[in-house]
Design a protein around this ligand. Structure first.
Ligand SMILES: C[S@@+](CC[C@H](N)C(=O)[O-])C[C@H]1O[C@@H](n2cnc3c(N)ncnc32)[C@H](O)[C@@H]1O
Length: 382
C-alpha cells in the first residue's frame, strides 16, 4: 500500500481552504467536490492528515469508486474491492454511513446491508472462512453516492476531527473547531496582527487562532481509530507524525489574541478550554459587552460568530445587538471584521454592506461569512 488515496470531508463551502492545507502538507490533490477533497499519499499520510489538518472533518482511506444503478451492481462492484488488503480476518467491519444524492439507489439501510453482504462474500473467498467473529480492530466504511457513482472509504479517524480534545465545556451554540479554523484561514490574519472575538463564547476562535500561531497541530492530543490498525500502520508511523508535530511547536511567540463575552460563566469555560489546548497563556479573556469594544492598536482583526437568535425572543434583540457591534467596529481605526451568522439582517443592522460574503453550511443551517476589509498596514521600513 505505497500510494493510496485519501478522502477528507469538510464543511460545504470550505473546500478551497482544505485543499490548500493538504497541498501545504505536501500531498497531491486528485479531486475537489462539494464537501470533500481527495488526495494521494502514502501510509504516513493517514497519520499526518489526521494530526495536522485543521479543516477536515475526518480522513477516509479510499477503497474504491464505481457506478451502480441497481442493487446487483452495488453488490458485485463492492465484491471486486480487495477488502482483504485493508481488513484483517478478525477485523470488525460494517457500513457506518451511506449518503445518496441524485442517484437511483437512495435507501441508506439497503445500501448498508447489501454492501456488508458483498464484503463478507469477498472476505470468505479470500480468507477461506465461513464465519467472521469480528473481535479485532474496527474498520467502519462510509459511502457516498453522487449521480450513481459510488465512492467507498474506510474511516481512519473515528471520532470526528472537530473534536480536538480541548473543548470539555461549551457555551450556547458553539461553532465547531474545524469551521472556526477554516474561517480564520480564509482571512489574511496572521500572528503578527491583533485578533479579537467580541462574542467568544467558549473561546473557539481565539483558541484555534492561538494554536495556529503556536503551530500546535490540532490532532496532537487525541487518538484515532486507525491507531488500532496494526495490519496497515505501525506504532512507529504514528510516533513519527507526533514527533514532527512536537518539533514544530512555537508556543512562546508574542501574540495579541483576545476573547470577550457578556457572560462570565461561558468565559470560565473558555479559559479552561484554552488551558487544555495549551494556549491559555496566549489569550486574554475578559467579560465585556460588545458596546464597550475598544482596542488601542491599528489594523486588527475581528473574527466572530455573534448570536443569531435560535429562539424567537432572542431574535428581538438582534437589531440592537448588531447595531451596537457595527458602531463599535466603526470606532476601531483601520480594522477588518469577519462574522459568520445565519441572521438575514446582519448587514443592515451592522450598518455596512460586506465587501465580500460567502455562503457556508454549518450542518443544515445556511450561514454567511461576511467580510468587512480594512486597509493593509504599511510595509515595515527596512
Ligand atoms: C453564538 S455564541 C458564540 C459561540 C462561540 N463562537 C463558541 O465557539 O462558543 C454568541 C455569544 O455572544 C454572547 N453575547 C450575547 N450578547 C452579547 C453582548 N451584548 N456582548 C458580548 N457578548 C454577547 C453570548 O453570551 C454567546 O456566548
Amino acid at each position: 500500500m505505497n500510494r493510496i488515496e485519501l478522502i477528507a470531508p469538510c464543511h460545504f463551502g470550505l473546500e478551497a481552504v482544505l485543499k490548500r492545507e493538504i497541498q501545504d502538507l505536501g500531498y497531491e490533490i486528485s479531486q475537489v467536490e462539494d464537501g470533500r477533497v481527495t488526495f494521494y499519499g502514502d501510509k504516513a499520510a493517514i497519520c499526518r492528515a489526521n494530526i495536522f489538518l485543521r479543516s477536515a472533518e475526518r480522513i477516509l482511506l479510499k477503497a474504491g469508486c464505481f457506478k451502480a444503478e441497481t442493487f446487483d451492481e452495488l453488490f458485485e462492484n463492492t465484491k471486486v474491492i480487495p477488502w482483504e488488503e485493508y481488513i484483517p480476518k478478525d477485523g470488525k467491519f460494517w457500513v457506518a454511513k451511506a449518503a445518496s444524492v441524485k442517484s437511483k439507489l437512495f435507501s441508506p439501510s439497503d445500501i448498508q446491508s447489501i454492501m456488508k453482504k458483498a464484503m463478507v462474500e469477498r472476505m470468505k473467498t479470500h480468507y477461506h472462512m465461513k464465519w467472521f467473529e469480528e473481535k479485532g480492530a474496527s474498520y467502519p466504511v462510509r459511502v457516498f453516492l453522487m449521480k450513481d457513482m459510488v465512492t467507498v472509504g474506510i474511516d481512519t479517524s473515528g471520532v470526528s476531527l472537530h473534536k480536538r480534545g480541548y473543548r470539555q465545556l461549551a457555551g450556547k451554540a458553539p461553532i465547531t473547531e474545524t469551521l472556526a479554523a477554516a474561517l480564520i484561514m480564509l482571512t489574511p490574519w496572521n500572528r503578527d496582527r491583533v485578533l479579537v472575538d467580541p462574542f467568544c463564547g467558549s473561546g473557539t476562535f481565539p483558541i484555534e487562532a492561538a494554536m495556529m500561531a503556536a503551530k500546535i497541530a490540532p490532532g496532537m492530543n487525541r487518538s484515532f481509530l486507525a491507531e488500532e490498525w496494526g495490519n496497515v500502520l505501525s506504532r512507529q508511523d504514528w510516533y513519527h507524525a507526533v514527533d514532527e508535530a512536537n518539533d514544530l511547536i512555537e508556543d512562546d511567540v508574542e501574540v495579541d489574541i483576545q476573547g470577550y463575552d457578556i457572560d462570565a460563566e461561558v468565559l470560565k469555560a473558555a479559559r479552561q478550554n484554552a488551558e487544555e489546548a495549551g494556549v491559555g497563556h496566549m489569550i486574554h479573556f475578559q467579560q465585556r459587552d460588545v458596546r464597550d469594544l475598544r482596542h488601542p492598536k491599528k489594523y486588527g482583526f475581528i473574527i466572530t460568530n455573534p448570536p443569531y437568535g435560535e429562539r424567537l425572543e432572542e431574535k428581538a434583540v438582534l437589531p440592537q445587538l448588531y447595531g451596537d457591534f457595527g458602531e463599535a467596529f466603526r470606532r476601531l481605526d483601520s480594522w477588518s471584521a469577519y462574522m459568520i451568522t445565519s441572521y438575514e439582517e446582519a448587514e443592515r443592522y451592522f450598518g455596512r454592506q460586506a465587501d465580500k460574503n460567502r455562503k457556508i453550511y454549518n450542518g443544515m443551517i445556511k450561514t454567511y461569512f461576511y467580510q468587512f476589509m480594512g486597509p493593509r498596514p504599511p510595509k515595515p521600513k527596512k
